[in-house]
Ligand binder design. Structure first.
Ligand SMILES: *[C@@H]1O[C@H](CO)[C@@H](O)[C@H](O)[C@H]1NC(C)=O
Ligand SMILES: *[C@@H]1O[C@H](CO)[C@@H](O)[C@H](O)[C@H]1NC(C)=O
Ligand SMILES: *[C@@H]1O[C@H](CO)[C@@H](O)[C@H](O)[C@H]1NC(C)=O
Ligand SMILES: *[C@@H]1O[C@H](CO)[C@@H](O)[C@H](O)[C@H]1NC(C)=O
Ligand SMILES: *[C@@H]1O[C@H](CO)[C@@H](O)[C@H](O)[C@H]1NC(C)=O
Ligand SMILES: *[C@@H]1O[C@H](CO)[C@@H](O)[C@H](O)[C@H]1NC(C)=O
Length: 462
């Protein structure tokens, strides 16, 4: 099957410019071609009409019974990433639990039947423990490259997502870590690209709000070399505020420069990465002089930053006096009571304490998927606050909050309004697209449709 993700739709999108008949597109997600394209020539910023948009997300392998691969809304995605394979002490072994190993072939098959790229993510919060080791020496890198190529071959993958949380910065608590992590990661990616199979893979990385870190965990000032070996990065712009914070705050703020406390946001993160030389957008239509040049310069048009967006929220126990002002409006950034953490939609009431991969105790998560908020009665089936639930849309973070006064539960989350705002931000800043954590969290595609509509996406197939 031919599923070129680059040149066909790019050429199709620009065909109007040159009045040429070009190769037919094959199932890509593009904004519709509009007559205004010519008028945009030379301007920067918004995603040019007709160019591919990365519409992707992570598929949680442990929720295969909740969202079987054949029920995924494939036509609305350009690629999906199966989460997770994990690092192990041995760089030649990348682990997949039995459930994931059983589900992954079905996932890949469904993706390919729908002309969507299938990627596998390695790492995650709990699976990054041995990343530093895997890329820690020349021998280990070569071994790790081979392990990845074996996975690609075994499962017919189109690409790999590196979700290392985080190079040179401790994540879960017991990760191996080195000051050379980012430099070693780059050397490893370069070695993977030197392989003829590796050269053609889609390689992506899930990243934090600040650029890859160097010695001492300090963000590097120049990460441009990563843009040469990665197709894109997805900025994980969520968990900015949560149960660990001092006050209730936005899980996934679009903006924070207008907030009292700058804890990070899509706006600050895109600035941090682009200031460090990572291109948000490589598109520059004014550089195109002829169609032949165009077909050889696909890379030129590929924006490199994807915005990670959250189909979930964090809950907090907030006393009614703190939650509501005298006029009955929801307060922003109220204090909360950590000792009364509400149960999230996947927390089991009365469950005994458990331990994480480092042996540390884990408490109640308190997280709600968007569909879990519908099921628990915070939201109605249209994604709006249900009767009796207080709602506020914070104009700075451009995210919503709900509050149930019956049990003092406040949730900071994303809805169709905030997803639409993020879609407009992606468009206005010329980013490559979006990546949803995670695709089983939505309710009836409410969030996916909102962000896709804001980007004016339409599927173009031959
Ligand atoms: C696009 O290319 C033109 C011609 O080289 C240049 O003048 C312009 O600054 C470029 N725009 C961007 C956004 O890089
Ligand atoms: C390379 O991998 C081995 C395990 O096979 C590990 O013991 C060693 O520490 C790694 N080297 C580095 C520099 O991380
Ligand atoms: C973020 O907030 C600042 C300060 O209010 C404002 O100037 C800027 O336009 C906002 N950006 C977005 C993307 O909302
Ligand atoms: C709070 O109460 C509502 C019913 O009023 C219930 O649907 C919801 O699940 C409760 N939330 C928590 C976290 O217990
Ligand atoms: C927030 O934004 C909405 C829509 O943009 C506007 O109607 C509302 O007045 C704003 N609220 C505040 C407090 O600025
Ligand atoms: C799902 O959304 C569609 C509109 O996109 C609507 O017609 C349908 O009723 C919704 N289904 C449910 C179960 O909410």
């Amino acid at each position: 099957m031919f599923c070129d993700k680059c040149s066909p739709s790019l050429l199709a999108g620009l065909a109007a410019l040159f009045s040429n008949v070009l190769a037919a597109p094959h199932c890509n997600l593009v904004p519709p071609t509009r007559p205004s394209l010519t008028a945009q020539t030379g301007s920067s910023g918004s995603i040019a009409d007709g160019m591919d948009v990365v519409a992707t997300g992570w598929y949680p392998g442990w929720l295969g019974s909740q969202l079987p691969p054949n029920e995924i809304s494939w036509t609305k995605y350009s690629a999906l990433t199966f989460a997770f394979a994990t690092t192990t002490p041995d760089p030649s072994v990348i682990a997949l639990d039995d459930e994931s190993a059983a589900l992954l072939p079905t996932f890949v098959n469904e993706a390919h039947n729908n002309c969507v790229d299938a990627l596998l993510s390695i790492g995650g919060w709990t699976g990054s423990i041995y990343y530093s080791t895997a890329v820690g020496s020349a021998d280990n890198r070569t071994t790790f490259v081979k392990a990845i190529l074996d996975l690609v071959n075994t499962y017919a993958l189109d690409g790999i997502d590196f979700d290392w949380e985080y190079p040179s910065r401790q994540g879960i608590g017991c990760n191996t870590i080195s000051d050379d992590d980012s430099a070693n990661f780059l050397s490893f990616l370069e070695e993977l690209r030197e392989d003829p199979v590796g050269a053609d893979l889609t390689l992506t990385a899930a990243v934090g709000l600040t650029p890859f870190a160097g010695p001492g965990g300090i963000p590097l000032s120049d990460v441009s070399a990563f843009a040469d070996v990665l197709d894109h990065i997805a900025i994980m712009n969520y968990d900015v505020w949560g149960a660990w914070s001092t006050d209730v705050g936005p899980n996934a703020p679009l903006n924070d420069s207008c907030a009292a406390v700058q804890a990070g946001s899509a706006t600050s993160a895109v600035k941090a990465w682009t200031d460090a030389g990572f291109p948000a957008s490589k598109a520059n239509i004014s550089l195109i002089s002829n169609v032949e040049a165009l077909s050889n310069s696909c890379e030129l048009f590929h924006a490199k930053i994807v915005l990670g967006v959250a189909a979930y929220g964090h809950s907090f126990h907030v006393a009614t006096n703190d939650a509501l002002d005298n006029a009955g409006n929801l307060a922003l950034y109220p204090p909360f009571d950590k000792s009364q953490q509400p149960l999230g939609d996947s927390d089991i009431p009365g469950a005994p304490p458990s331990e994480d991969e480092c042996g540390n105790p884990v408490g109640v998560s308190g997280t709600f998927n968007f569909n879990g908020m519908v099921a628990a009665g915070f939201l109605d089936t249209n994604g709006n606050a249900a009767a009796g639930i207080d709602y506020r849309f914070d104009n700075c973070s451009q995210t919503p909050f709900v509050y149930d006064p019956n049990n003092q539960t406040m949730i900071s989350y994303d809805d169709q309004t905030s997803f639409a705002a993020k879609g407009r931000f992606i468009d206005e800043n010329g980013l490559a697209g979006f990546a949803i954590w995670h695709v089983a969290g939505d309710y009836n595609d409410t969030l996916l449709n909102a962000i896709s509509d804001a980007l004016d996406l339409e599927q173009v197939c031959s």
